[in-house]
Design a binder for this molecule. Structure first.
Ligand SMILES: NC(=O)c1ccc[n+]([C@@H]2O[C@H](COP(=O)([O-])OP(=O)(O)OC[C@H]3O[C@@H](n4cnc5c(N)ncnc54)[C@H](OP(=O)(O)O)[C@@H]3O)[C@@H](O)[C@H]2O)c1
Length: 332
């Protein structure tokens, strides 16, 4: 297969969020670097991280102008020096954390490129390397969920949240799902036992009411802003865990005074990229468990809502505006 010199891609031109994304037709096709594979992208995954990068709030994120998108699935067409693992012709899904996935070709680290499961279309594997391992890490090795426990899941209708709801139910937990009102039916269909309005001020009170005043054993905190305080207040005293992995609502503080006198709960930070690098044994456990969940049909094949690449700016604007449910894909 001949690889062209230039390609279509979405370029982030400013820190004005999705409004700063531009479709370009003359982006250079990247050469795979050492340890990388070049992939002909058939589907790129949209993540909230794309919004954070486009606003400049993602720690150490790329600075404009850059080619956007961190998750790509497609066919391996070339190998960089020393790349081992997937060979040309293989279909993989992987992460390009500094961008470049919203394009016809993307360079991905070979070591993190996961084969698309047999029988799945590439776009059905989106989620496999970002959303699902994050949700699983939050629930199990970090959150320690067990059967009979109650879990509050923020952004439960989203790409990460929907996987979390499915897995928490599989593990025998009672799920309280927080979502915008228009998405309540969607989270019920995923198996959530109770649904609370993520835009309301009554999340903590509702969780306490549903748990007889005890609070949730585990909170998957990916909302930030005022919801962070609600998560702390909704967690069970002493044994309750709050796993914090997202902040679309903005930064929020918790002080040592709060932890001693107000919220005697366990606050745990999660960044899946850091987990992969700093605790590879934990990530190995997560991926092994995920294989079992895939085999059992708990997860996947994913069913993302797909948009043409040119529609990317609008799709990302809708994600930022909380107007989407489930995983989004861009097709170059
Ligand atoms: N730390 C990590 O390694 C890691 C990895 C993957 C994902 N994440 C985080 O997990 C979260 C979900 O990511 P995703 O890609 O799956 O996105 P998503 O859940 O599909 O979309 C984000 C959702 O967050 C909810 N939300 C709550 N408060 C919000 C606010 N103030 N502004 C905008 N949205 C708000 C919205 O749902 P409702 O309107 O229904 O409330 C929105 O639909 C994000 O916070 C993301 O940063 C973190």
């Amino acid at each position: 297969m001949s690889i062209p010199a230039t390609m279509r891609a979405l370029r982030q031109t400013s820190l004005d969020g999705p409004a700063g994304l531009r479709l370009v037709t003359d982006a250079p096709v990247p050469a795979p670097g050492p340890g990388e594979v070049l992939v002909r992208v058939t589907a790129a995954g949209v993540n909230y991280a794309d919004i954070s990068q486009s606003r400049g709030t993602y720690a150490d994120g790329p600075r404009p102008p850059y080619l956007a998108g961190i998750e790509a699935a497609g066919e391996v067409v070339a190998l960089g020096e020393g790349a081992t693992g997937p060979q040309p012709g293989a279909h993989v899904v992987g992460v390009a954390i500094t961008g470049g996935a919203f394009a016809e070709y993307a360079a991905l680290p070979a070591a993190g490129a996961v084969p698309v499961p047999a029988g799945w279309a590439d776009e059905q594997a989106l989620g496999l390397v970002v959303n699902w391992p994050t949700a699983l890490a939050a629930l199990r090795p970090l959150g320690g969920v067990t059967a009979g426990q109650t879990v509050l899941i923020h952004a439960a209708a989203g790409g990460t949240g929907e996987a979390a709801v499915r897995m928490a139910k599989h593990y025998g937990a009672t799920v309280i799902a927080a979502a915008s009102p228009g998405k309540h039916e969607a989270v019920r269909a995923l198996g959530a036992d109770h649904v609370v309005d993520s835009r309301g001020a009554g999340i903590a009170a509702e969780v306490l009411r549903l748990t007889g005043g005890a609070g949730a054993d585990l909170v998957l905190e990916s909302a930030g802003g005022a919801a962070f305080g609600a998560s702390l207040a909704a967690a069970k005293r002493v044994t309750g865990r709050v796993v914090v992995y997202g902040l679309p609502g903005g930064e929020a503080a918790v002080s040592n005074w709060d932890l001693v006198y107000k919220h005697q709960v366990q606050v745990i930070g999660l960044n899946i990229g850091v987990l992969i690098r700093a605790a590879p044994h934990v990530f190995g456990e997560v991926m092994a468990e995920m294989s079992a969940l895939l085999a059992a049909g708990v997860l996947g094949p994913g069913r993302p809502t797909a948009h043409e690449l040119a529609e990317g700016p609008r799709a990302l604007a809708e994600l930022e505006a909380r107007a989407t449910a489930g995983k989004l894909a861009l097709l170059p």
